[in-house]
Design a protein around this ligand. Structure first.
Ligand SMILES: [Ca+2]
Ligand SMILES: [Ca+2]
Length: 387
Protein backbone atom coordinates (compact mmCIF):
# COMPACT_ATOMS: atom_id res chain seq x y z
CA UNK A 1 0.00 0.00 0.00
CA UNK A 2 1.62 3.25 -1.20
CA UNK A 3 0.25 5.37 1.67
CA UNK A 4 2.38 3.42 4.14
CA UNK A 5 5.34 5.71 3.31
CA UNK A 6 3.30 8.80 4.32
CA UNK A 7 4.42 10.17 7.66
CA UNK A 8 6.92 7.32 8.14
CA UNK A 9 9.27 9.00 10.62
CA UNK A 10 11.39 5.88 11.21
CA UNK A 11 11.51 2.33 9.88
CA UNK A 12 13.66 -0.59 11.02
CA UNK A 13 13.26 -3.67 8.81
CA UNK A 14 16.35 -5.34 10.33
CA UNK A 15 17.70 -6.70 7.03
CA UNK A 16 20.88 -7.81 8.77
CA UNK A 17 21.33 -4.33 10.29
CA UNK A 18 19.47 -1.66 12.26
CA UNK A 19 19.48 1.04 9.58
CA UNK A 20 16.58 3.50 9.47
CA UNK A 21 14.83 3.19 6.09
CA UNK A 22 12.14 5.73 7.01
CA UNK A 23 11.62 8.96 5.09
CA UNK A 24 14.56 10.83 6.67
CA UNK A 25 16.91 7.90 7.27
CA UNK A 26 18.31 9.86 10.22
CA UNK A 27 17.63 7.42 13.02
CA UNK A 28 19.75 4.29 12.50
CA UNK A 29 20.17 2.14 15.60
CA UNK A 30 23.31 0.97 17.39
CA UNK A 31 23.13 -2.75 18.15
CA UNK A 32 24.28 -3.95 21.59
CA UNK A 33 24.36 -7.74 21.77
CA UNK A 34 21.19 -8.46 19.75
CA UNK A 35 21.88 -10.90 16.91
CA UNK A 36 20.24 -11.24 13.47
CA UNK A 37 17.71 -14.07 13.34
CA UNK A 38 15.06 -15.48 11.00
CA UNK A 39 11.94 -13.38 10.47
CA UNK A 40 8.34 -14.68 10.57
CA UNK A 41 8.72 -16.12 7.05
CA UNK A 42 11.91 -17.98 7.99
CA UNK A 43 14.22 -15.62 6.04
CA UNK A 44 17.55 -15.76 7.88
CA UNK A 45 19.11 -12.56 9.25
CA UNK A 46 15.94 -10.50 8.79
CA UNK A 47 14.95 -9.75 12.41
CA UNK A 48 16.83 -9.35 15.73
CA UNK A 49 16.98 -11.80 18.62
CA UNK A 50 17.39 -10.45 22.17
CA UNK A 51 18.64 -12.64 25.04
CA UNK A 52 16.52 -11.11 27.82
CA UNK A 53 19.68 -10.33 29.79
CA UNK A 54 21.46 -7.32 28.32
CA UNK A 55 20.77 -7.13 24.55
CA UNK A 56 19.23 -4.02 23.02
CA UNK A 57 19.29 -1.52 20.18
CA UNK A 58 19.74 2.19 20.88
CA UNK A 59 18.36 4.95 18.64
CA UNK A 60 19.81 8.32 19.59
CA UNK A 61 18.56 10.90 18.99
CA UNK A 62 15.06 9.44 19.00
CA UNK A 63 12.74 10.14 16.04
CA UNK A 64 10.93 13.43 16.51
CA UNK A 65 7.36 12.67 17.57
CA UNK A 66 4.18 14.59 16.81
CA UNK A 67 2.25 15.45 20.00
CA UNK A 68 -1.02 15.28 18.06
CA UNK A 69 -0.72 11.94 16.28
CA UNK A 70 1.42 8.83 16.37
CA UNK A 71 1.42 5.20 15.22
CA UNK A 72 3.82 2.35 15.90
CA UNK A 73 3.85 -1.04 14.14
CA UNK A 74 6.04 -3.94 15.28
CA UNK A 75 6.32 -7.73 14.96
CA UNK A 76 7.23 -9.64 18.10
CA UNK A 77 8.02 -13.24 18.99
CA UNK A 78 8.37 -13.71 22.78
CA UNK A 79 10.89 -16.39 23.75
CA UNK A 80 9.38 -19.66 24.90
CA UNK A 81 10.92 -19.21 28.33
CA UNK A 82 10.46 -15.43 28.59
CA UNK A 83 9.65 -14.48 32.19
CA UNK A 84 6.22 -12.85 32.19
CA UNK A 85 5.50 -11.55 35.65
CA UNK A 86 4.84 -8.01 36.85
CA UNK A 87 6.26 -5.34 34.49
CA UNK A 88 8.59 -7.06 32.04
CA UNK A 89 9.89 -7.42 28.47
CA UNK A 90 9.96 -3.90 26.99
CA UNK A 91 9.57 -4.22 23.21
CA UNK A 92 10.23 -0.57 22.42
CA UNK A 93 10.33 2.39 24.74
CA UNK A 94 11.21 6.02 25.11
CA UNK A 95 11.11 6.16 28.84
CA UNK A 96 13.88 7.60 30.94
CA UNK A 97 13.73 9.16 34.32
CA UNK A 98 11.18 11.51 35.72
CA UNK A 99 9.83 14.06 33.28
CA UNK A 100 11.20 12.04 30.36
CA UNK A 101 8.60 9.29 30.15
CA UNK A 102 7.10 9.24 26.63
CA UNK A 103 5.92 5.68 25.98
CA UNK A 104 6.63 2.06 26.72
CA UNK A 105 5.32 -0.88 24.69
CA UNK A 106 6.03 -3.60 27.21
CA UNK A 107 4.41 -6.44 29.09
CA UNK A 108 2.44 -6.54 32.32
CA UNK A 109 2.20 -10.09 33.64
CA UNK A 110 1.54 -11.93 30.37
CA UNK A 111 -0.22 -9.16 28.48
CA UNK A 112 1.22 -6.74 25.95
CA UNK A 113 0.65 -3.24 27.31
CA UNK A 114 0.91 0.23 25.83
CA UNK A 115 2.08 1.96 28.98
CA UNK A 116 1.39 5.68 29.14
CA UNK A 117 2.29 6.35 32.79
CA UNK A 118 0.09 9.14 34.13
CA UNK A 119 -1.03 10.38 30.71
CA UNK A 120 -3.57 7.60 30.12
CA UNK A 121 -4.86 4.35 31.62
CA UNK A 122 -3.04 1.19 30.56
CA UNK A 123 -4.02 0.07 27.09
CA UNK A 124 -3.46 -3.67 27.07
CA UNK A 125 -4.31 -6.86 25.19
CA UNK A 126 -6.70 -8.88 27.38
CA UNK A 127 -5.40 -12.22 26.12
CA UNK A 128 -2.06 -13.63 27.20
CA UNK A 129 1.06 -13.46 25.03
CA UNK A 130 1.56 -16.60 22.94
CA UNK A 131 5.24 -17.32 23.37
CA UNK A 132 7.20 -18.74 20.46
CA UNK A 133 4.80 -17.28 17.84
CA UNK A 134 5.14 -14.11 15.77
CA UNK A 135 2.42 -11.57 16.50
CA UNK A 136 1.83 -8.11 15.11
CA UNK A 137 1.13 -5.13 17.37
CA UNK A 138 0.12 -1.63 16.35
CA UNK A 139 -0.52 1.36 18.58
CA UNK A 140 -2.38 4.39 17.23
CA UNK A 141 -2.81 7.81 18.85
CA UNK A 142 -5.15 10.29 17.14
CA UNK A 143 -4.75 13.25 19.48
CA UNK A 144 -7.20 12.02 22.10
CA UNK A 145 -7.38 8.20 22.08
CA UNK A 146 -4.75 5.48 22.33
CA UNK A 147 -5.59 2.23 20.53
CA UNK A 148 -3.79 -1.10 20.60
CA UNK A 149 -4.20 -3.67 17.83
CA UNK A 150 -3.02 -7.28 17.74
CA UNK A 151 -2.83 -9.12 14.42
CA UNK A 152 -4.94 -6.43 12.76
CA UNK A 153 -7.71 -6.49 15.39
CA UNK A 154 -8.45 -3.62 17.76
CA UNK A 155 -8.03 -5.01 21.28
CA UNK A 156 -8.40 -1.95 23.54
CA UNK A 157 -8.72 1.83 23.40
CA UNK A 158 -8.41 4.47 26.11
CA UNK A 159 -8.39 8.28 26.12
CA UNK A 160 -5.08 9.97 26.82
CA UNK A 161 -2.29 12.29 25.73
CA UNK A 162 1.18 12.07 24.25
CA UNK A 163 4.05 14.11 25.67
CA UNK A 164 7.11 13.88 23.39
CA UNK A 165 10.59 14.45 24.79
CA UNK A 166 13.41 15.00 22.30
CA UNK A 167 16.18 14.45 24.85
CA UNK A 168 15.17 10.91 25.65
CA UNK A 169 16.67 8.17 23.43
CA UNK A 170 14.58 5.38 21.89
CA UNK A 171 15.34 1.85 23.04
CA UNK A 172 14.40 -1.39 21.29
CA UNK A 173 14.39 -4.44 23.57
CA UNK A 174 14.70 -2.63 26.89
CA UNK A 175 13.75 0.40 28.98
CA UNK A 176 16.38 3.13 29.39
CA UNK A 177 16.55 2.57 33.13
CA UNK A 178 18.27 -0.72 33.88
CA UNK A 179 15.73 -2.93 35.67
CA UNK A 180 16.78 -6.42 34.47
CA UNK A 181 13.19 -7.65 33.94
CA UNK A 182 12.61 -5.09 31.18
CA UNK A 183 15.22 -6.66 28.85
CA UNK A 184 13.25 -8.28 26.04
CA UNK A 185 13.59 -12.03 25.61
CA UNK A 186 12.72 -13.07 22.05
CA UNK A 187 12.73 -11.56 18.57
CA UNK A 188 11.58 -8.16 17.26
CA UNK A 189 11.12 -7.12 13.63
CA UNK A 190 9.81 -4.57 11.14
CA UNK A 191 9.33 -1.53 13.35
CA UNK A 192 7.60 1.47 11.79
CA UNK A 193 6.80 4.78 13.44
CA UNK A 194 4.44 7.39 12.00
CA UNK A 195 3.51 10.96 12.88
CA UNK A 196 -0.13 10.27 11.99
CA UNK A 197 -2.82 7.73 12.91
CA UNK A 198 -2.80 4.66 10.66
CA UNK A 199 -6.16 3.67 9.18
CA UNK A 200 -7.75 0.25 9.70
CA UNK A 201 -6.93 -0.71 6.10
CA UNK A 202 -3.29 0.30 6.59
CA UNK A 203 -3.07 -1.79 9.77
CA UNK A 204 -4.43 -4.81 7.88
CA UNK A 205 -1.98 -4.10 5.04
CA UNK A 206 0.92 -4.13 7.54
CA UNK A 207 -0.38 -7.35 9.13
CA UNK A 208 -0.76 -9.16 5.80
CA UNK A 209 2.43 -7.64 4.30
CA UNK A 210 4.34 -10.07 2.05
CA UNK A 211 1.46 -12.55 2.21
CA UNK A 212 1.46 -13.25 5.96
CA UNK A 213 -1.57 -15.42 6.78
CA UNK A 214 -2.27 -18.98 7.74
CA UNK A 215 -2.21 -21.02 4.47
CA UNK A 216 -4.41 -23.74 5.98
CA UNK A 217 -7.16 -21.24 6.79
CA UNK A 218 -6.83 -19.54 3.42
CA UNK A 219 -7.52 -22.90 1.75
CA UNK A 220 -10.51 -23.51 4.04
CA UNK A 221 -11.81 -19.99 3.41
CA UNK A 222 -11.58 -20.57 -0.35
CA UNK A 223 -13.64 -23.75 0.03
CA UNK A 224 -16.21 -21.92 2.14
CA UNK A 225 -16.46 -19.12 -0.43
CA UNK A 226 -17.23 -21.58 -3.22
CA UNK A 227 -20.66 -22.10 -1.56
CA UNK A 228 -23.67 -20.68 -3.41
CA UNK A 229 -24.60 -17.87 -1.06
CA UNK A 230 -21.67 -16.78 1.07
CA UNK A 231 -21.65 -13.71 3.27
CA UNK A 232 -18.27 -12.17 3.94
CA UNK A 233 -17.73 -10.14 7.12
CA UNK A 234 -14.23 -8.75 7.11
CA UNK A 235 -12.23 -6.24 9.12
CA UNK A 236 -15.21 -5.19 11.24
CA UNK A 237 -13.41 -4.02 14.30
CA UNK A 238 -15.67 -1.82 16.40
CA UNK A 239 -15.06 -2.94 19.98
CA UNK A 240 -18.59 -4.01 20.83
CA UNK A 241 -19.89 -5.41 17.58
CA UNK A 242 -22.13 -8.40 18.08
CA UNK A 243 -23.53 -10.95 15.69
CA UNK A 244 -26.85 -12.69 16.25
CA UNK A 245 -27.34 -15.71 14.04
CA UNK A 246 -30.60 -17.61 14.50
CA UNK A 247 -32.50 -20.26 12.49
CA UNK A 248 -29.75 -20.07 9.90
CA UNK A 249 -27.56 -22.52 8.05
CA UNK A 250 -23.96 -21.43 8.40
CA UNK A 251 -22.33 -24.81 7.76
CA UNK A 252 -18.75 -24.63 6.42
CA UNK A 253 -18.24 -21.14 7.89
CA UNK A 254 -14.78 -19.95 8.82
CA UNK A 255 -13.74 -17.71 11.70
CA UNK A 256 -10.11 -16.56 11.45
CA UNK A 257 -8.22 -14.06 13.59
CA UNK A 258 -11.44 -12.95 15.31
CA UNK A 259 -12.23 -11.80 18.79
CA UNK A 260 -15.10 -13.90 20.06
CA UNK A 261 -15.14 -13.73 23.85
CA UNK A 262 -18.28 -15.01 25.54
CA UNK A 263 -19.90 -16.43 22.37
CA UNK A 264 -22.85 -18.76 23.07
CA UNK A 265 -23.99 -21.69 20.95
CA UNK A 266 -27.36 -23.21 21.89
CA UNK A 267 -29.25 -25.98 20.15
CA UNK A 268 -26.94 -26.12 17.12
CA UNK A 269 -25.72 -28.99 14.99
CA UNK A 270 -21.99 -28.58 14.55
CA UNK A 271 -20.35 -31.93 13.87
CA UNK A 272 -16.77 -31.69 12.54
CA UNK A 273 -16.25 -28.43 14.44
CA UNK A 274 -12.55 -27.60 14.34
CA UNK A 275 -10.89 -25.16 16.73
CA UNK A 276 -7.17 -24.48 16.43
CA UNK A 277 -4.82 -21.98 18.07
CA UNK A 278 -7.59 -20.57 20.26
CA UNK A 279 -7.96 -19.16 23.74
CA UNK A 280 -10.85 -21.21 25.18
CA UNK A 281 -10.32 -20.68 28.89
CA UNK A 282 -13.46 -21.28 30.98
CA UNK A 283 -15.32 -22.88 28.05
CA UNK A 284 -18.41 -24.84 29.12
CA UNK A 285 -19.66 -27.85 27.19
CA UNK A 286 -23.00 -29.02 28.57
CA UNK A 287 -25.43 -31.59 27.21
CA UNK A 288 -23.35 -32.04 24.07
CA UNK A 289 -22.51 -35.01 21.88
CA UNK A 290 -18.72 -34.91 21.69
CA UNK A 291 -18.27 -38.57 20.68
CA UNK A 292 -15.22 -39.25 18.50
CA UNK A 293 -13.95 -35.79 19.50
CA UNK A 294 -10.23 -35.23 19.83
CA UNK A 295 -8.29 -32.83 22.06
CA UNK A 296 -4.57 -32.58 21.35
CA UNK A 297 -1.70 -30.29 22.28
CA UNK A 298 -3.96 -28.48 24.74
CA UNK A 299 -3.77 -26.86 28.15
CA UNK A 300 -6.48 -28.68 30.15
CA UNK A 301 -5.26 -27.79 33.63
CA UNK A 302 -8.08 -27.55 36.17
CA UNK A 303 -10.49 -29.07 33.62
CA UNK A 304 -13.54 -30.68 35.21
CA UNK A 305 -15.40 -33.53 33.50
CA UNK A 306 -18.63 -34.35 35.29
CA UNK A 307 -21.40 -36.69 34.20
CA UNK A 308 -19.89 -37.88 30.94
CA UNK A 309 -19.84 -41.09 28.90
CA UNK A 310 -16.20 -41.83 28.24
CA UNK A 311 -16.42 -45.49 27.14
CA UNK A 312 -13.73 -46.28 24.58
CA UNK A 313 -11.86 -43.07 25.46
CA UNK A 314 -8.12 -43.17 24.80
CA UNK A 315 -6.16 -40.81 27.07
CA UNK A 316 -2.46 -40.66 26.30
CA UNK A 317 0.62 -38.44 26.54
CA UNK A 318 -0.85 -36.49 29.47
CA UNK A 319 1.44 -34.25 31.49
CA UNK A 320 3.31 -30.97 31.27
CA UNK A 321 4.63 -29.84 27.86
CA UNK A 322 8.04 -31.37 27.05
CA UNK A 323 11.23 -29.35 26.55
CA UNK A 324 11.14 -27.58 23.18
CA UNK A 325 7.35 -27.07 23.33
CA UNK A 326 6.25 -23.39 23.25
CA UNK A 327 4.50 -23.78 26.61
CA UNK A 328 7.41 -25.57 28.31
CA UNK A 329 8.29 -24.07 31.69
CA UNK A 330 11.60 -24.98 33.32
CA UNK A 331 11.12 -26.53 36.74
CA UNK A 332 7.29 -26.77 36.52
CA UNK A 333 5.81 -29.73 38.42
CA UNK A 334 2.90 -31.94 37.36
CA UNK A 335 -0.09 -31.46 39.67
CA UNK A 336 -2.13 -34.55 40.60
CA UNK A 337 -5.45 -35.47 38.96
CA UNK A 338 -8.53 -36.68 40.82
CA UNK A 339 -10.95 -39.41 39.76
CA UNK A 340 -14.13 -39.82 41.80
CA UNK A 341 -17.20 -42.01 41.17
CA UNK A 342 -15.78 -43.10 37.83
CA UNK A 343 -16.64 -46.40 36.18
CA UNK A 344 -13.26 -47.55 34.88
CA UNK A 345 -14.03 -51.30 34.78
CA UNK A 346 -11.98 -53.29 32.27
CA UNK A 347 -9.81 -50.21 31.50
CA UNK A 348 -6.08 -50.48 30.90
CA UNK A 349 -3.42 -48.20 32.39
CA UNK A 350 -0.11 -48.68 30.61
CA UNK A 351 3.31 -46.96 30.73
CA UNK A 352 2.03 -44.39 33.22
CA UNK A 353 3.68 -42.73 36.18
CA UNK A 354 1.47 -43.78 39.12
CA UNK A 355 3.91 -42.87 41.88
CA UNK A 356 2.11 -41.53 44.93
CA UNK A 357 -1.30 -42.59 43.55
CA UNK A 358 -3.87 -43.42 46.24
CA UNK A 359 -6.73 -45.83 45.44
CA UNK A 360 -9.43 -45.63 48.10
CA UNK A 361 -12.86 -47.24 48.57
CA UNK A 362 -12.69 -48.73 45.05
CA UNK A 363 -13.95 -52.04 43.74
CA UNK A 364 -10.68 -53.77 42.79
CA UNK A 365 -12.25 -57.10 41.83
CA UNK A 366 -10.21 -58.46 38.91
CA UNK A 367 -7.72 -55.55 39.05
CA UNK A 368 -4.17 -56.63 38.29
CA UNK A 369 -0.78 -54.93 38.39
CA UNK A 370 1.62 -56.46 35.86
CA UNK A 371 -0.56 -59.61 35.85
CA UNK A 372 -0.73 -59.98 39.66
CA UNK A 373 -4.16 -59.78 41.29
CA UNK A 374 -4.54 -56.78 43.61
CA UNK A 375 -7.17 -58.69 45.63
CA UNK A 376 -4.66 -61.55 46.13
CA UNK A 377 -1.96 -59.02 47.07
CA UNK A 378 -4.22 -57.39 49.66
CA UNK A 379 -5.25 -60.80 51.08
CA UNK A 380 -1.60 -61.88 51.36
CA UNK A 381 -0.76 -58.58 53.07
CA UNK A 382 -3.62 -58.94 55.61
CA UNK A 383 -2.57 -62.54 56.31
CA UNK A 384 1.04 -61.52 56.89
CA UNK A 385 -0.11 -58.86 59.41
CA UNK A 386 -2.16 -61.44 61.39
CA UNK A 387 0.80 -63.78 61.89
CA1 LIG B 1 12.56 -7.80 8.84
CA1 LIG C 1 23.89 -10.50 25.70
Amino acid sequence: MDSLRNGLIAEFLFDGNALDTGNSGNYSGQVYGAVPTADRFGNPGSAYEFDGINDYILVQPAPKLNKEAFSLSVWVRYGRDAKLSWWNNAIISQDGHEGRRVFQLSTYDNRVTWHRFFQSDEVFVQEPVRTGLWEHYVTVFDGSTHKLYRNGILMTEKPGRLEPNEEEPLYIGRKSTDEPYFFFHGAIDDIRMYDRPLTDDEIIALYTENGWDNPKFIAAAQRAKSGSDSVEIKHKREPNQKLRVENTNFAYSIFVNCRAEDVKFHDVSMPDLSIECADLRRTRLHNVNFSNGKISDANLSDLEIDGAQLGGAYIHNIGLPPKGHPAFVEGAKQRPLRFENCDLQGSKIENCNLSGVAIERCNVQGTTIDGISVEALLDAYKLSRQV
